[in-house]
Design a protein around this ligand. Structure first.
Ligand SMILES: [Fe+2]
Length: 386
């Protein structure tokens, strides 16, 4: 547990960082929702603020007056315990409240959190603040990926930022890391913050395996494309093959073939695909099909966790072969916050690592991210095992 003063600094720095992600945006960019999985930036700004208001200020700051009585309806994401809310697919219809009102809401809630922590300090409040901070950090990553989707689907393919590096290099040579058969401990094991889905440290038996010390690159994936990987049903799951055909998938998200050359939309606008950099924006289905084609497989989340000390990671969220399930001793929290992770433990795949969009101090080697297998707007990638 962090002490209150440094926790408050962490809070303020997190609030500021969220707004800095939105700095390059024009006002019109804040409201667009091109697909249901992508939320408008304005909604993220409001929702992360609502989280502090709903779970900390309302129950714990005496005499607190809500900024606006409608905002819980507008900015509640999925908390049934809290009540009615705007359905996810309608977030793009929220031309009101205005962007200015949402920034005023942020300021109001930030100031009231500071006020509360000046009056009261206890471990329950610190834990709530810590989860609120990490919740906002999760949304910082979503903000970056949602902004990329919004601008990357604008026919003009505008530049987001020339500073943000979404295609980093991995310059080391590819090698296989060997892990011996044995019983290993899995799950979070320290006093530092983690989500409830990482708890329940337990033992797993692993057969010996090898795992690559390097992510699959664009160039390697292009060989799969050129070899007709997207046309060969035998490489795909049945659901994956349906997904390819129903959506006419023939390349990773944001790739465009122009006059015979592969380009892709990046935070710096349309650029030629650099074949040496790590592949990204692929679904689990594509990751699996590539591994099949290569004659290898994806690691399980346990294999990844045991081996992670032997390779650099954090540039791409890495698809694993593991279904998102509770650990053996998993216990969900009481009340509304029990809805945070547990109710999503069906039909999703675990991703490990972190990505160029993951904010500092957010991910760790036991962190379990999870998405549906067809989704690829996050900075997803893959590492092979055998
Ligand atoms: Fe959220």
């Amino acid at each position: 547990m962090i002490l209150t003063d440094s926790l408050l600094d962490f809070f303020l720095e997190t609030r500021k960082h969220t707004e800095s992600i939105c700095e390059p945006l024009e006002i019109e960019d804040y409201v667009v929702q091109p697909v249901v999985d992508v939320s408008p930036p304005k909604w993220h700004l409001g929702h992360t603020t609502w989280f502090f208001e709903e779970f900390i200020l309302k129950p714990h700051l005496q005499g607190y007056t809500q900024f606006d009585d409608d905002f819980s309806f507008v900015f509640n994401s999925y908390y049934e315990t809290v009540g009615k809310r705007v359905v996810r697919s309608d977030r793009g219809n929220l031309s009101r409240p205005s962007v200015n009102q949402v920034y005023a809401y942020r300021k109001y809630v930030t100031e009231n959190i500071q006020k509360l922590f000046e009056i009261t300090q206890n471990s329950e409040l610190n834990s709530l603040l810590e989860i609120g901070i990490h919740h906002e950090k999760q949304h910082q990553e979503l903000l970056l990926t949602d902004i990329k989707y919004i601008l990357g689907n604008n026919p003009l393919l505008p530049v987001y930022s020339v500073q943000f590096q979404d295609h980093p290099v991995e310059s080391h040579n590819q090698e296989w890391v060997t892990v011996e058969e044995g019983i290993y401990n899995i799950g979070h094991d320290s006093e530092d913050f983690c989500y409830d889905n990482e708890l329940g440290r337990h033992k797993v038996f692993l057969h010996s395996y090898e795992i690559s010390n390097k992510l699959v690159t664009n160039g390697e994936f292009l060989e799969f494309i050129d070899d007709g990987g997207y046309q060969r049903f035998d490489l795909w799951h049945a659901e994956g093959w349906d997904w390819v055909n129903q959506n006419n998938i023939s390349a990773p998200l944001y790739w465009h073939q122009i006059e015979g050359e592969w380009n892709h939309y990046t935070s710096k606008g349309l650029q030629k695909v650099d074949m040496a950099t790590p592949l990204t924006h692929i679904s689990y289905f594509e990751a699996f099909a590539y591994a099949q084609w290569k004659g290898h497989r994806l690691p399980t989340e346990f294999e990844w966790e045991v081996a992670q000390a032997y390779f650099p990671w954090g540039k791409r969220w890495e698809w694993t072969e593991s279904a998102y399930l509770p650990y053996p001793k998993y216990k969900k929290a009481d009340g509304a916050l029990g809805e945070y992770n547990g109710k999503f433990m069906v039909n999703q795949k675990v991703l490990r690592g972190g990505s160029v969009a993951t904010p500092e101090k957010h991910t760790r080697h036991t962190y379990r991210n999870f998405f549906h297998p067809q989704l690829r707007w996050q900075f997803t990638g893959l590492r092979l095992a055998k």
